[in-house]
Design a binder for this molecule. Structure first.
Ligand SMILES: NC(=O)c1ccc[n+]([C@@H]2O[C@H](COP(=O)([O-])OP(=O)(O)OC[C@H]3O[C@@H](n4cnc5c(N)ncnc54)[C@H](OP(=O)(O)O)[C@@H]3O)[C@@H](O)[C@H]2O)c1
Length: 337
């Protein structure tokens, strides 16, 4: 099969012939139709993802995918054959719903990912494509959907009527957090470094927006809203300290990323004096994946797609586009040569 392949850290994607995986035991072979990029792919390509370099000889990475089951391992359920499926990118979460165990991995490094024509996946990690999604949307939903569903519901325990701030709304994850929070009945505000993205989020149902490049955006936000019950963040960085100042006493800040780097300059009393909860989260377990798909279908939630690149040969262009930060939503790749 062909794959968009990284031969080593900091190398560009090239289209390369690699062996088509053979499904074993309870695995199914999926002919991938669409995959999507995440910040993770940028970090893996640079060799800075959780300190893990690409394996010797390189890898086809990619953690989001949608396709059709075309072959079965000898112990796989025959009813999967021919089904259109989405893939949970998390593997081996373990028994503790609060945190994954030591065997946890994410599809697309260290194991083969979705920037290829085929992938073999254990049947426990696939679900039938929700009917309300297009094929492109199905390829874009899994990783960002799972991460933000867990952030909004399992971690923040968001309640209808609460005030929520979602930061950096151009991010694929942030937009799904916005959609989940609105569907849960919250009053949602957003931040962005780009005015037009604020307007697009308002058109999607956000009550208002603040430009995080304005020095006094947090003061503006407090004046306009009276503060937030929940903040959902994926940027971290120097701006994180300001997020503490827009939380109401007893508020919850849930974060899952570090796009803007290390967190700095937090005064301890600014957290404990207000009785704040600062909660980290990563991906989610298989039950949350199934719940996320059901919730999305019930509330007609679809990932916002910024751009679809037409073939595996465009993977490098797509990765550079994501890294530019110009996107509003997901960057998708069609898995054809
Ligand atoms: N832990 C997990 O399970 C998990 C899962 C998925 C993603 N992540 C992490 O979450 C982050 C977002 O991932 P993604 O794939 O959704 O990213 P993405 O689609 O590439 O989003 C990038 C966005 O980050 C925003 N941003 C950049 N600097 C910012 C700042 N200083 N303050 C606020 N926002 C800022 C920008 O929003 P504007 O353009 O609106 O300014 C930009 O569009 C990444 O760090 C990723 O590694 C973690």
């Amino acid at each position: 099969m062909k794959a968009a392949y990284l031969e080593g850290n900091t190398q560009p994607y090239i289209v390369k012939e690699i062996p088509t995986p053979v499904p074993t035991d309870q695995e199914v072979l999926i002919k991938l139709e669409y995959s999507a990029f995440n910040q993770r792919d940028i970090r893996v390509q640079k060799g800075i993802y959780a300190g893990a370099p690409l394996p010797e000889g390189g890898l086809a990475i990619g953690s989001d995918g949608y396709g059709k089951v075309v072959e079965l391992g000898k112990n796989a359920d025959p009813s999967w054959l021919g089904k259109s499926v989405v893939i949970n990118p998390g593997r081996n979460w373990g028994d503790n719903p609060d945190a994954f165990g030591p065997d946890f991995t994410i599809m697309g490094s260290p194991d083969q990912g979705t920037f290829a024509e085929y992938i073999a996946v254990d049947q426990q990690y696939i679900q039938v494509k929700p009917a309300h999604l297009t094929e492109e949307e199905a390829g874009a939903l899994p990783l960002a959907g799972l991460t933000t569903y867990r952030a909004v519901f399992t971690k923040a325990r968001l309640r209808a009527g609460e005030k929520v701030l979602v930061t950096g709304i151009g991010a694929g994850t942030a937009l799904l957090a916005l959609e989940f929070a609105i569907a849960a009945g919250a009053e949602v505000y957003v931040t962005s470094g780009t005015e037009s993205k604020l307007q697009r989020a308002i058109a999607m149902g956000a009550k208002g927006g603040f430009n995080y490049k304005d020095e006094d955006w947090a003061t503006q936000a407090n004046a306009k809203t009276g503060g937030f019950d929940v903040v959902l963040d994926s940027a971290s960085g120097k701006g994180f300290a300001k997020l503490i100042t827009v939380l109401k006493p007893g508020g919850r800040l849930v974060f899952w990323g570090g796009t803007d780097g290390p967190i700095e300059n937090i005064v301890p009393a600014s957290i404990y004096w207000k009785n704040l909860s600062i909660l980290g989260t990563t991906l989610g377990n298989n039950q949350e994946f199934a719940d996320m798909l059901a919730f999305s279908e019930k509330h007609n939630i679809k990932p916002v797609i910024d751009k679809v690149f037409p073939s595996l040969a465009h993977a490098q262009e797509a990765a550079e586009y994501l890294a530019s930060g110009a996107q509003f939503g997901k960057v998708v790749l069609r898995n054809i040569v």
